[in-house]
Design a protein around this ligand. Structure first.
Ligand SMILES: NC(=O)c1ccc[n+]([C@@H]2O[C@H](COP(=O)([O-])OP(=O)(O)OC[C@H]3O[C@@H](n4cnc5c(N)ncnc54)[C@H](OP(=O)(O)O)[C@@H]3O)[C@@H](O)[C@H]2O)c1
Length: 264
């Protein structure tokens, strides 16, 4: 009989989310892909389905809308889709001095990076509890590890995701639901990151990874129930060393390494 359990991935139309979809399908997982309308989600679903022979459904929606998590959940119930793994990947970032960014942008970013993660988790936990070995993978960032000048709200939103994931790991483990938090460094998905890598020299290359590499490591370690996933070796070393350095020095150093310590 065909496996009717699904992995739901938000932000699956591009970047890390799309790569996660490919790596999950390569493990014969059926998928529900969520992203904004008209972003090529259907084409991605067809490509994956053709390549791996798994069932791939799509749900086009803006995750910053109120009650959208409940609507996605209701749709899954109606379609008899049983979610075993929930991957909260959709997110957005920026790199600019705080006061130069419009408040509307921050509101949207906070809704997507934090509210949507909480709402999707809240909506699907009752279902995950019914399946043995279910799991949640939240996509945070290395930016979650410390405040980053000129990425202040983004870094804070990703700290939220990391903190939330760690707490949920403890809360849900007695239900046999594992929660992992993925913390990638730079991944050349947007023009912004690509440009930084082009101009940043070897240090930026050392701290960056391809989306497919990140996704493969993420899925593999998520299925092993690792609570914290840092896919890039250089990031991991810096993370371990940074624990020994006082916070104010770490923040100044990080700003310098990332090239974000100056606002102009
Ligand atoms: N790239 C990096 O360097 C990096 C590093 C660390 C962590 N991360 C995190 O990794 C995750 C993915 O990043 P990425 O670089 O792969 O981003 P990306 O290429 O911009 O993809 C973001 C995905 O989220 C979707 N999305 C955006 N706004 C949405 C909304 N309101 N409702 C529903 N879906 C929405 C996008 O859909 P559309 O195609 O419809 O816009 C797209 O599928 C994010 O959480 C990001 O913070 C990225």
């Amino acid at each position: 009989m065909k496996n009717k359990e699904y992995t739901l991935i938000t932000g699956a139309s591009s970047g890390i989310g799309k790569a996660l979809a490919f790596r999950c399908a390569a493990r014969q997982m059926n998928l529900v892909l969520v992203a904004l309308p008209c972003t090529g989600l259907r084409e991605t679903a067809e490509e994956i389905s053709e390549k791996y022979g798994t069932d791939v459904k799509i749900y086009e929606a803006d995750l910053t809308e109120n009650s959208i998590a409940e609507r996605i959940h209701t749709w899954c119930e109606e379609e008899k889709i049983q979610i075993k793994y929930l991957i909260n990947n959709a997110g957005m970032g920026y790199a600019a001095a705080f006061e130069t960014v419009k408040m509307n942008f921050f509101n949207t970013m906070m809704k997507l990076n934090m509210n949507a993660v909480v709402a999707m988790t809240h909506a699907f936990i009752p279902d995950l509890k019914k399946i043995s070995g279910a799991g949640i993978l939240n996509v945070s960032s290395m930016a979650s590890m410390l405040p980053i000048p000129n990425k202040s709200v983004y870094a804070a939103s990703k700290s939220f995701v990391l903190s939330f994931s760690r707490a949920m790991y403890q809360e849900l483990k007695s239900y046999n639901i594992h929660v992992s938090c993925l913390c990638p460094g730079a991944v050349p998905t947007s023009e912004q990151v690509k440009e930084r890598m082009r101009n940043g020299g070897w240090i930026h290359k050392l701290f960056s990874s391809k989306a497919m590499t990140v996704a493969e490591k993420a899925v593999s370690r998520f299925l092993k129930a690792k609570p914290l996933i840092i896919p890039n070796y250089a990031d991991n070393i810096v993370f371990q060393i940074s624990k020994l350095i006082p916070a104010n020095i770490r923040i100044a150093l990080m700003g310098r390494i990332m090239g974000f310590n100056k606002s102009k």
